[in-house]
Design a protein around this ligand. Structure first.
Ligand code: CMP
Length: 149
């Protein structure tokens, strides 16, 4: 079933010039890009985004890292998009991520893991609403959609 997921290229993903690689992988899989923007996040937004980790020992470092440079926010749509993107990203710690995943192929760290993606449909709704208003998320038909259902 078609669903939407929130994906973010983190400062290391942007700084290592991997945004095109991320987009290429999600496009080639058959997902549809329906929203896109770039920003340096405020600490306030970072704390809201990662509020479930507020009591973790790494929370301060996480907020410092995610606000340290530009990030790219995206919404991708497609059948089972949430799980598909999680699988394509790989394990949170790049050292444990399978070869063939974004983190397994491109990263070496836990914190600098290139990309964030929603872990459920409900989380995706919350995260999309944090970064995009309704007019910034587009409904349109791709010419190849009949091959992807
Ligand atoms: P992400 O998928 O964006 O969700 C929370 C982030 O916290 C995670 O990716 C990691 O970048 C980071 N993270 C999780 N666990 C640790 C940890 N033990 N030490 C440092 N960073 C962590």
């Amino acid at each position: 079933m078609a669903e939407r997921t929130f994906v973010m290229a983190k400062p290391d993903g942007v700084g290592r010039r991997l945004v095109g690689e991320l987009i290429q992988r999600f496009e080639a899989k058959g997902l549809k890009l329906v929203a896109l923007k770039l920003q340096i996040m405020t600490a306030e937004l970072a704390k809201t985004h990662y509020e479930e980790h507020a009591d973790k020992p790494f929370f301060g470092e996480l907020v410092d890292f995610i606000t340290s440079g530009p990030t790219v926010q995206m919404v991708w749509e497609g059948n089972g998009a949430v799980d598909t993107v999680r699988k394509m990203n790989g394990a949170t710690n790049c050292l444990n991520a399978d070869v063939g995943t974004i983190r397994g192929d491109l990263g070496l760290s836990m914190q600098n893991n290139i990309v964030h993606a929603s872990d459920s449909v409900d989380t995706a709704k919350r995260e999309i609403a944090l970064y995009f208003n309704e007019t910034e998320v587009w409904d349109y038909t791709m010419p190849d959609e009949h091959w992807l259902v």
